[in-house]
Design a binder for this molecule. Sequence first.
Ligand code: ZN
Length: 255
Amino acid sequence: MAARHDLVEDAEVRAGLLTARRGTAFFARKHSELASSDLDAPSLLPGWSRRHVIAHVGYNARAVARLVEWASTGVETPMYSSPEARNREIEFGATLPPVALQNLFDHSAIHLSVEWRDLPADRWDFEVRTAQGRLVPVSETVWMRTREVWVHATDLDNGARFADVPAEVLRRLLADVWGAWEKRGDTEGLALRVSGGADGGLMLGDPGTKATVIEGSLPAVVRWALGRGEEPNALLAATHDGGPLAEIPNVCRWI
Ligand code: ZN
């Protein structure tokens, strides 16, 4: 018989599941505030309408659920058969009638939630492969989904802001992006400083004499770092010699 509550016992995973489900509810609320006629408008992601974002978030839940099923059964089921298949699926999903798009989002979210709920406590360390080819414990799927729902809610461009995203999600997003930049060697001469709020003083990189320092509130810095642009007057950027800003590294427009 199916469980009626999460079987996982790890407190951190349980807390993560709560944040992921809250993010799904947040995305669902922003989605529900859009009229059918609003869906064709562009999202904040280049080349994607709101329909693309909604379809992507729905198919992402299915793909993440495949990883949880993999951990449950031991039978390998990849997120996507190929990057091209993933993109084709999104293009197709974007053409669905509004009701079908809504169903895709709702059903895929419920399905994923149930897969997580019913995964036995001793299976959460099982290793699965992400779409990027990384081997991770299946517990990582909780974070993979969390960042999708919270960030893409802002991409719908109908009022969700980075300030609406929980601080613990913003902190982890920033660490992820910074880590990706470091791996590519893009953090040379760059530092990020968070000012104000509970996270004031958080610093990434070395604000040494040759550094460009980007400073702002945690939501403003994360928004910029994710390639979603700047809220007007929300960021300070400075070089120590007062010269023009050095080239900012490729922002991580991760989708
Ligand atoms: Zn995405």
